[in-house]
Design a protein around this ligand. Structure first.
Ligand code: SF4
Length: 273
């Protein structure tokens, strides 16, 4: 694939550490002012980064940032809510569960700095969505094209298990984000948890059984003035989560991941990757 062009003003680098909290509306760039959708996404990201709604998760994310893993003892952990990352004009939106304690909670970028991210971004690169196969840290040159990555819950949860109350508290961020990704056509649910949240938002009933490659059709808007629940997204494609457990055991292979991502390209009417 060819490398995506750089897209100044997009949310490819979803806020260098500290900046999202420090900036105020009056300091926004010319590009942001000229692109209301991008500006709105950035404002949403600012809210995610600053959010302290869930006591248990705030305590956990911040304690993890202090305790650290020995291999990262010299690094400053992000330790806050993690915003979405990628191409604001994306046709395909990938939705994971939540940041990993020593991955995105350390680096501040979704699926970045752990084995899950290694697997996922390599697949995105093979399938034409990423300019490089690795995602190590914010500012490493990674850019996505036609894809945006986010999660159902934005703070790292103990044991990777948010409570139902935490899931529901965070859901409005995803709802608003999907509405702002105006070109999105296909959602890829990375795991059953994300699938459940996407089905709740979109009103998919009855909910097709989750399985790798399964597809749920999103009901059309009802003709009212309200926007459709998932913006322009018409289908949810399921993928097994690229967790270390799934990829090490072979439950999710590279070929399986590629099949889903290439299906997403085709269903979103993107050219082959
Ligand atoms: S999980 Fe979501 S709602 Fe809860 S504190 Fe984090 S960003 Fe806020």
């Amino acid at each position: 694939m060819s490398a995506p062009p750089s897209q100044p003003g997009d949310v490819q680098e979803a806020e260098p550490h500290g900046d999202a909290v420090a900036r105020v509306a009056g300091e926004r760039s010319e590009q942001e002012r000229a692109s209301p959708g991008i500006a709105a996404l950035r404002l949403l990201n600012d809210e995610v980064v600053a959010c302290r709604r869930c006591d248990r998760l705030v305590t956990w994310r911040e304690q993890t940032a202090v305790d650290k893993r020995a291999a990262f003892a010299d690094e400053d952990y992000w330790g806050r809510g993690v915003p979405g990352f990628g191409d604001p004009a994306a046709a395909v939106v990938l939705v994971g569960l939540a940041p990993a304690a020593h991955g995105a909670n350390r680096t501040g970028r979704m699926f970045t700095g752990d084995r899950s991210g290694d697997f996922l971004y390599a697949a995105l690169h093979r399938c034409g969505f990423a300019n490089q196969p690795t995602s190590v840290r914010a500012g490493d040159g990674l850019a996505l094209r036609d894809a945006y990555i986010t999660a159902a819950v934005r703070c790292a949860p103990p044991a990777n298990k948010p409570t139902p109350a935490e899931r529901d508290a965070c859901r409005p961020f995803l709802e608003r984000e999907l509405a702002l990704l105006v070109n999105a056509r296909i959602a890829v649910a990375l795991g059953a948890f994300a699938y459940g949240v996407l089905c709740t938002i979109s009103g998919v009933r009855p909910r097709p059984r989750f399985g790798h490659g399964a597809i749920a059709e999103v009901p059309a808007a009802d003709g009212s003035a309200e926007p459709a629940p998932l913006g322009g997204i018409s289908r949810i494609i399921c993928s097994f989560h690229p967790s270390q457990q799934n990829t090490f055991t072979g439950r999710l292979t590279a070929d399986m991941a590629d099949t889903v991502l290439l299906d997403a390209r085709r269903l979103a009417n993107l050219p082959p990757g």
